[in-house]
Design a protein around this ligand. Sequence first.
Ligand SMILES: [Zn+2]
Length: 404
Amino acid sequence: MERAYKLRAYPTRPQEGRAVRLLADHCDLYNAALQERREAWPIRNLSITYGDQSAQLKEIRAADPDGQGRHSFTAQQQTLRRLNVVFGAYFKRVWSAERAGRQAGMKGENLQQRTVGYPRFKPRQRFNQVLFIAGDGAKWEPADGGRWAHATFQAVGRVRVNQHRPVVGRVKTLQLKREGRRWYVLVVTEAETAPLASTGRSVGVDVGVARFLTTSDGEVVANPRFLDAAQKRIVDLQRRIMRARPGSGNRRRLRRSLAKEWRTLRNQRRDFHHKIAHGLVDTCDTLALEDPRVAAMTASAAGTVEHPGRNVAAKAGLNRSILDAGWTQFTRILVAKAESAGRRVVLVHPAHTSIDCHTCGASCARPQQDLVVCPVHGDLDADLNGARNIATRAGLGSGQASVA
Ligand SMILES: [Zn+2]
């Protein structure tokens, strides 16, 4: 199974200069190869293939030792291959247009009406990525305990990479990518899917507000502390932005800090989700969850803290905690991990899972966020009750069946 990781890279100034030149050189190579195909095709009715162009690379490199000659041979082949893919798609369009043209001709319509756009030259500022084969002009060094990994690219250097989650599997390719002023490394790995050993544990999982998560067998994961701290900083920055003069440099700086704060929060939250999902997948054969697609419909009406909807003001405190828990993302991560580990995931309809008593099915009162009160069974932990209902709905044994 292939996995792709998009990780932010932090080249030094000189490295960035060399990376820009790397992209420019590859762009030139791409355009030169395109030029050759353009000239060859209509004049000599000669089709130039990837194989032809790849064979010429040696000469091109020898003739330009300070330019093209400095770069990784296999990375250059990838760039030529990329052009080949563009041409493949182009010829496909041509053929289907010709076929359509012939059909039109049979019906007596004009044959020349359909034209197909020929592949175009790329301007340097829009040529934004180069693909390297790992171990050939590029090397990956994973973060060893710390946060920083390193990716080394020929003609660029050893670049610092923020490895915000573990990179699993054998690294196949490394792609250096520019997005505006940011740089990324796309790491593609090949990981064998080894089904995990059976554990005999099957649980319903309720992702809540008071706590991050509760399982039907009583495991509890608290909301992480960084949420509180981040929330304080975000509220503070928002207040300062409101006070700052519109259009001022100060306001611009504050907005940048705020955006950065959100970015950090999202990264921390993603790491947290991966960690918790990993633990559950390791210890459970079957996991039952509320269907996030259905649940998301309810959430979208409420808006998010970043993009408030109509109802967000009234329930801001509650919504903030819900969103900080970020369970849509968590569910997505959990489902993906479970599938790749050969674990079973059951998605249940979320209606009333928290409010109906898991023992008798009676509709409970909810005087507090974390408490429901069954008319028969009294006080119940809201999240544990929810998790047991989810397990029951999924047909798992750890919840107790409702009495009709
Ligand atoms: Zn009850």
